[in-house]
Ligand binder design. Structure first.
Ligand code: SAM
Length: 236
């Protein structure tokens, strides 16, 4: 396991940049989104870390499963803009994706949001609540993430923040990780402790743990406790 020192140093390196970004823009947009009832799915520390990881590793292709109203996308897009290169693809099954486009409209030149089920066949619990049944999705609205990864020849940085059950975890650890480019990083939200005996967010972490145990060449960057993001890579 890579030590927390790496994360602490990284946060330290980008602290001033993040503070400026927060004060100039993100603080007000966070309040705006909260007032509108939009999903603000990550905390400031998690956003800072996603930002710092993208600034440090400088990915060309970034993808995110579960963009909701675009909050975590916004942090990642700011980092890509500051890097000066790189594009972003967000996947979301709910109509919230339209708000994600609105929230990140200043990045429309580098951000693409793709509506539908990012998995081939899972019945996403959130998706079931929007009135559009899985059975009614058209073929091009299924398996959107893997098909995009084929088109882009993989990705350098992937953030998984979809449905946190075991099946979802199994899907991405077996079907999506193979598309990671050399040195690429895959991150997952809501796993504060990979070795916990339980996780109220769901059993996705068990699938991730099984993957790591079966693939020791993948190193884990386990985050500080307040941050629920876990990073996996062969490149650390
Ligand atoms: C925890 S929220 C994401 C929060 C978001 N990243 C943020 O920063 O606010 C999970 C999202 O994943 C979406 N989702 C879950 N399963 C999905 C699937 N199979 N395909 C596409 N989106 C999915 C849900 O609709 C929901 O909006």
């Amino acid at each position: 396991m890579v030590t927390n020192n790496f994360i602490l140093n990284l946060l330290n390196s980008y602290e001033a940049e993040v503070k400026e970004l927060w004060e100039q823009e993100l603080e007000s947009i966070t309040s705006y989104m909260r007032n509108k009832g939009y999903w603000v799915g990550i905390n400031r520390l998690e956003g800072s870390l996603l930002y710092a990881m993208i600034r440090h590793f400088k990915p060309e292709i970034v993808m995110e499963a579960g963009s909701a109203h675009g909050y975590s996308a916004l942090w990642q897009l700011h980092a890509l803009r500051r890097n000066g290169f790189g594009v972003f693809y967000g996947f979301e099954i709910q109509p919230s994706i339209h708000h994600a486009r609105e929230i990140t409209s200043q990045f429309s030149d580098i951000a693409t949001f793709i509506e539908g089920d990012c998995t081939p066949s899972l019945r996403c619990a959130y998706g079931m609540t929007i009135g559009k049944r899985y059975e009614d999705l058209q073929e091009h609205e299924k398996n959107t993430m893997e098909r995009t990864l084929q088109a882009t020849n993989g990705a350098d940085f992937i953030f998984m923040d979809g449905y946190h059950n075991y099946e979802f975890g199994k899907w991405w650890t077996t079907r999506i990780i193979p598309y990671l480019r050399k040195g690429g990083i895959i991150a997952c939200h809501d796993i504060p402790d990979l070795y916990a005996s339980s996780n109220p967010m769901g059993d996705e972490y068990i699938a991730v743990r099984e993957f790591v145990e079966a693939n020791p060449r993948f190193k884990v960057l386990q985050c500080i406790r307040e941050c629920g993001i876990i990073f996996l890579s062969e490149g650390f």
